[in-house]
Design a protein around this ligand. Structure first.
Ligand SMILES: [Ca+2]
Ligand SMILES: [Ca+2]
Length: 199
C-alpha cells in the first residue's frame, strides 16, 4: 500500500465518521421532536380531563342551596354535622369552602378510578357585584374549582352564584316535603373562566 492509498483510506474513514455523526445527530433530533410532541399530546389530554373534573364538581356545588336551609340567617361555612372533606354532609354552596380531595372522588366519597396523583380543590368567597371579596353577606358567592395533577394546576373554573338564582334553593310542594329544582349550572348569574396552567 503506497502513501497515496493510505491518504485516500484515511480520508474515507474521516468521511465515514462525519457521516455517522450526522446521522446520529439527526436521530437525536427526531427522537427529541417526537418526545416533545408526545408530551404536548399528553398535556392536552390532561387539560381536557381536568376541565371535565372541574365542571363536574362545579355543577354539584352550584345546585346546592345558596345558604344552609337550617340557618335562620345566612352564615358562611359548615354547620353542625357538616365535616370538611365529607361531601355527603354538604348542603349549601359555602360548605365546600376549603374542600380538597386527592384523588378526585364521586359525590358519595368513592375515588374516581384512573386519577391517582390528581386533586381537586374548592374555594368559596362572598363577593360584591364587582367581584371584590366581602366579609359580609352580599347575595353573591364566588366558587373556584381547581384541578391539579402532580401538584400542578391544570384547570381552574370560576363561577358566581347568586342568592336570587333559585337553581339549588329548596321550596315546598305543599305537602311539607322539600323539593329541589335542579339546574346544570349553565344559567342564572354565572360567570365562568377556564384557565389552563402548568407546562
Ligand atoms: Ca350546610
Ligand atoms: Ca354553609
Amino acid at each position: 500500500m503506497n502513501a497515496r492509498t493510505m491518504r485516500r483510506r484515511g480520508f474515507t474513514i474521516a468521511e465515514g465518521a462525519i457521516g455517522v455523526l450526522l446521522v446520529a445527530g439527526l436521530l437525536v433530533s427526531a427522537i427529541s421532536t417526537a418526545g416533545v410532541q408526545a408530551r404536548a399530546r399528553r398535556h392536552a389530554a390532561d387539560r381536557i380531563r381536568a376541565e371535565g373534573l372541574a365542571h363536574d364538581l362545579m355543577a354539584e356545588v352550584l345546585q346546592m342551596h345558596y345558604s344552609d336551609p337550617g340557618d335562620a340567617v345566612e352564615l358562611f361555612g359548615r354547620g353542625v354535622g357538616e365535616a370538611l372533606g365529607s361531601r355527603p354532609t354538604y348542603d349549601d354552596v359555602d360548605d365546600y369552602d376549603g374542600h380538597s380531595e386527592s384523588p378526585p372522588a364521586e359525590a358519595g366519597g368513592a375515588a374516581i378510578a384512573g386519577y391517582t396523583g390528581w386533586g381537586r380543590r374548592v374555594d368559596v368567597a362572598r363577593v360584591d357585584e364587582n367581584g371584590n371579596v366581602s366579609g359580609t353577606e352580599t347575595g353573591l358567592k364566588r366558587v373556584t374549582v381547581t384541578v391539579s395533577k402532580g401538584g400542578v394546576p391544570l384547570a381552574t373554573l370560576v363561577a358566581v352564584r347568586s342568592a336570587a338564582w333559585e337553581g339549588g334553593a329548596s321550596d315546598t310542594d305543599g305537602s311539607g316535603n322539600e323539593t329541589r329544582r335542579r339546574k346544570d349550572g349553565s344559567g342564572g348569574l354565572l360567570r365562568t373562566l377556564l384557565k389552563g396552567l402548568g407546562v
